[in-house]
Design a protein around this ligand. Structure first.
Ligand code: GLN
Length: 246
């Protein structure tokens, strides 16, 4: 009888600990813009991509439940900066301008701005872009580069729309992050190509609210571990993203 009571008590305690634990498991909220293959995109209505896998791995390390919200890119940035979401993971370039308003994790990927043109275009490099009309995605470093260099710019909510502007003859070129340029161009059945010459050198990092140093440090630690144990390399390989783990 004593044994049964002891066992029952042990089971009850285990259940309490377990239930208490799962009820307390804090959410880790993430904003992204699932229009940026292969970092984040929709597949059968589900948000997938390299950033999603990285965020899942981080959430697991932090013992928190990941909740992803899909919104416009600029809204994702603002949402992280204001603390509406714990973080934004969206192929976000960590640059000095943005660092004024938000925290950034350590870098996790190196990128650049690339040029997409029609397959038979006479544009073969940056020098040929002079005087041309170029489309891009709103609120991005690509847009900023084009404005800074005084090109005629047409901005769209998504990279896909920027590419449609090219294939429908409204613009001469698209400027967008290199890996995304390759992914979007590959969907055009040979109508477009990505030029070898890139425009910038950038690094992706996770954006957080300015001053949220505790979570930033936790994410940095998780990213460091995921890099060291090869998880990051594996994720980038899964999405066919070139990666040099220095
Ligand atoms: N890397 C670019 C930026 O941070 C584009 C990101 C994106 O469109 N998701 O502005």
């Amino acid at each position: 009888m004593k044994k049964i009571i002891a066992l029952a008590l042990a089971v009850m305690m285990a259940v309490c600990v377990f239930a208490g634990c799962s009820a307390k498991s804090e959410k880790l909220t993430m904003a992204t813009n699932a229009e940026f293959p292969p970092f984040e995109y929709l597949e059968n209505g589900e948000i997938v991509g390299a950033d999603v896998d990285i965020a899942k791995a981080i959430a697991e390390k932090l013992g928190r439940e990941l909740e992803i919200t899909n919104i416009d890119f600029d809204a994702a940035l603002t949402g992280a900066a204001t603390g509406k979401y714990d973080m934004a993971v969206a192929g976000i370039t960590a640059n000095d301008e943005r660092k004024k308003n938000m925290n950034f994790s350590v870098d996790y990927y190196t990128a650049s701005q690339a040029i997409i043109v029609l397959a038979d275009s006479a544009i073969s490099g940056v020098a040929d872009l002079e005087g041309k009309t170029i489309s891009c995605q709103e609120g991005t470093t690509g847009e900023q580069y084009l404005l800074d260099n005084e090109y005629t710019v047409q901005s769209f909510k998504t990279g896909a729309e920027a590419v449609t502007a090219l294939t429908s003859g409204k613009v001469d070129a698209v400027v967008i992050d290199d890996a995304v340029a390759r992914a979007l161009s590959a969907e055009q059945n040979g109508k477009t190509k990505v030029l070898d010459e890139a425009l910038t050198q950038e690094a992706y990092a996770i954006a957080l609210k300015k001053g949220d140093d505790k979570l930033t440090a936790e994410i940095d630690k998780a990213l460091g571990e995921l890099k060291a144990d090869g998880t990051l390399a594996k994720i980038f390989e899964k999405f066919e993203l070139p990666y040099d783990a220095e």
